[in-house]
Design a protein around this ligand. Structure first.
Ligand code: ADP
Ligand code: MG
Length: 213
């Protein structure tokens, strides 16, 4: 059983920010095909801001909820694109899911993860199949919950989540966008991976690495 404390969550944001910087150009290129080519920049800006904001906190005197709310606020302030409020809501819901806890055990982390996915879905009102980041987040959250319920530890659960996210992002190639900017393209969005689903895979994989390695 892993115990995740506030300092570890702060390092998680640093890991995600590094992954986003490395992935920025690919994400902008994907968004260039069916959107406005800014998704990599938005994600890099958002996670860099979140990383800096949580690094400035005194981890020993801050609970996970406060850290996640700080990340949410800084992400929202840094990002003008639609991914801003979506990820800000994810972290705010994650914060609420672990309220009152000073450290997180395996099932707390899975609850946090599931709350993030639900937050994105509630905020964006996208259903699976509409070619958005929800096509990666929803199956990932479900897979994490199922893995944990079947007796897997956090590493196994987040590995299942990462795999499901990857398959979900891949599946967006065969979808027609009906939410967000790409919906203007209609059938012309077919054949291309949704950038938000692609970045979700990177976020989830970075979370897995940061919380289980
Ligand atoms: P913008 O479209 O404002 O430029 P980004 O480029 O940062 O924002 O993000 C685009 C991504 O946001 C899309 O690829 C999609 O995954 C996601 N997205 C857009 N609208 C929604 C929504 N309503 N629900 C969930 N995800 C959405
Ligand atoms: Mg965009």
């Amino acid at each position: 059983m892993t115990t995740i404390d506030t300092a570890r969550l702060a390092r998680m944001f640093a890991t995600i920010a590094t992954a986003m910087s490395a992935d920025r150009d690919r994400l902008c290129a994907l968004d260039g095909v069916i959107g406005d080519a800014d998704h990599g920049i938005a994600m890099e800006l958002g996670f860099s801001a979140a990383r800096d904001a949580v690094a400035a906190l005194d981890a020993g005197a801050t609970d996970p909820t406060t850290l996640l709310n700080t990340a949410a606020k800084s992400f929202l302030n840094a990002v003008g694109a639609s991914s801003g409020p979506l990820y800000a809501t994810a972290f705010m819901r994650g914060a609420a899911a672990v309220k009152g806890k000073t450290t997180l055990d395996d099932s707390d982390v899975v609850s946090l993860f599931q709350a993030m996915a639900k937050g994105i879905q509630d905020r964006g009102k996208a259903e699976p199949g509409e070619k958005t980041m929800i096509d990666a987040w929803a199956p990932a959250a479900q897979a994490a919950g199922e893995a944990m319920a079947s007796g897997k530890d956090l590493a196994g659960s987040l590995e299942a989540a990462a795999q499901a996210a990857k398959a979900g992002a891949e599946a967006t190639k065969a979808m027609i966008a009906t939410k967000g900017r790409a919906s203007r393209l209609g059938e012309r969005s077919l054949g291309h991976m949704d950038p938000g689903a692609a970045s979700a895979v990177t976020v989830i994989e970075a979370m897995r690495t940061a919380l289980t390695d």
